[in-house]
Design a binder for this molecule. Structure first.
Ligand code: ADP
Length: 259
């Protein structure tokens, strides 16, 4: 019963988040069709975890003779789906705010070498469990003018994907170097890669390659569209090269000074 109480409060917080997300869904740069598509896709993505939570809570509520194991299973599934919803709402808020120019890109001094090292360090701990190695080649010092928090978010998206779409015992290589009037960051993995016909769409909102859906990886299909927004807002460029089955390489160039 305590479990249900806890879940209920998480759900209330979530619906408050959803309400805010809906209020913020007034992108001023998107065409009417794109807005409609965004709302339709968002609703569709939100409905799936909500339905799973509802079914699990109803089962908890309606079957008086459930075992402790069954109870734990329903609660665990509900928690997992609530986490997914939470991430989805957070990503939707970021995109909605970026559309309406509510998000400011700060111009701070960012020590890129340190930031990349720090992010890789966090992911190494997750990688090691799956026997995945992360190599680095980072020039020092590397400084740019930008928004530290957003650049860290970009690193997390790229590293998280590299890890998510790697096979066990895979290899990830991260390099960061000066190039022209800016810095080039490369995140390369030797994982499952992206099919040729899917490559043009990976930066689109809600795009997930079909195979990925079936692999049940934890994702929203919004990460790379947020990554692209962050890079564009800094006046940089992002591109991907990939071959199915042979991994993917994401290359980002950020200017040392922007704006
Ligand atoms: P998701 O939450 O699904 O990872 P993203 O927007 O970050 O969403 O990525 C969109 C899609 O691009 C993914 O679903 C996956 O199909 C593909 N993708 C992204 N990064 C990689 C990668 N490193 N290797 C293979 N496929 C990738």
């Amino acid at each position: 019963v305590l479990g249900i109480g806890g879940l209920a409060s998480i759900l209330i917080a979530l619906f408050a988040g959803l309400f805010l997300a809906k209020r913020a869904l007034v992108p001023i740069q998107l065409s009417w069709e794109k807005q409609q598509q965004f709302i339709a896709d968002a609703s569709h993505e939100l409905r799936t975890p909500l339905s799973v939570i509802l079914v699990n809570l109803e089962r908890l509520f309606r079957s008086p003779e459930r075992t402790i194991e069954e109870e734990s299973e329903h609660i665990m599934v509900s928690i997992q789906e609530t986490r997914r919803l939470n991430k989805l709402v957070g990503d939707l808020l970021t995109l909605a705010r970026s559309d309406s120019n509510e998000l400011q890109i700060l111009k701070q001094k960012v020590a890129m070498d340190e930031l990349v090292q720090k992010s890789v360090h966090t992911f190494r701990q997750l990688a090691v469990v799956r026997g995945i190695e992360i190599e680095t080649d980072i020039q020092q010092p590397l400084e740019l003018n930008g928004d530290q928090e957003r650049i860290q978010q970009l690193l997390v998206i790229l590293l998280d994907n590299a890890l998510k779409y790697s096979n066990e015992q895979g290899k990830i290589a991260v390099s960061c170097k000066r190039e022209g009037q800016g810095i080039t960051l490369v995140v390369k993995d030797n994982g499952i890669g992206i099919a040729k016909e899917d490559i043009p769409y990976v930066f689109d909102r809600f795009f997930r390659a079909d195979k990925m859906r079936s692999r049940q990886t934890d994702g929203t299909g919004l990460g790379l569209s947020i990554a692209k927004w962050i890079v564009d807002a800094h006046g940089g460029r992002i591109r991907v090269e990939s071959e199915e089955g042979a991994g993917a390489t994401f290359t980002v160039w950020l200017p040392a000074k922007h704006g």
